[in-house]
Design a protein around this ligand. Structure first.
Ligand SMILES: [Zn+2]
Length: 129
């Protein structure tokens, strides 16, 4: 699972729909509250690009910020300093395929105090029975 996945730009473009491509490969952001949400129930959230498991359902919480939010990473995620848009933020990416996921902020609930603010289009929900 720790193997890196690398594809050419053309390969990603062919594999993803245009909006998902824009978000995950060009560090885009979906409009807040634009994602219809994920099915309720136990499960986990995988990278839409490579299928790596990224977040567990029991760390998801309602942040009212307009994007799916998690209090802790459930898989391998890279954190990068992002100084775009005149802000210093911490970008989070899928470790396996470098997909842009969103950002992490230090204003989440205990015990981590973190809020992973993630584009819904970057994730696939996998139900667990
Ligand atoms: Zn990935």
């Amino acid at each position: 699972m720790s193997e890196k996945i690398t594809k050419t730009d053309a390969e990603w473009r062919a594999a993803l729909d245009p909006e998902t491509y824009r978000i995950t490969r060009e560090a885009g952001t979906e409009r807040p509250f634009s994602h219809p949400g994920f099915p309720k129930g136990p499960g986990h959230y995988d990278c839409v690009c490579c299928g790596a498991r990224l977040f567990d359902g029991d760390t998801k919480f309602e942040s009212h910020c307009g994007w799916p939010s998690f209090s802790q990473a459930g898989g391998k995620i890279d954190e990068l300093r992002d100084s775009s848009h005149g802000m210093i933020r911490t970008e989070v990416r899928c470790h396996r395929c470098d997909a842009h996921l969103g950002h992490v902020f230090p204003d989440g609930p205990p015990p981590t105090g973190l809020r992973y603010c993630i584009n819904g289009l970057a994730l696939t929900f996998v139900p667990e029975s």
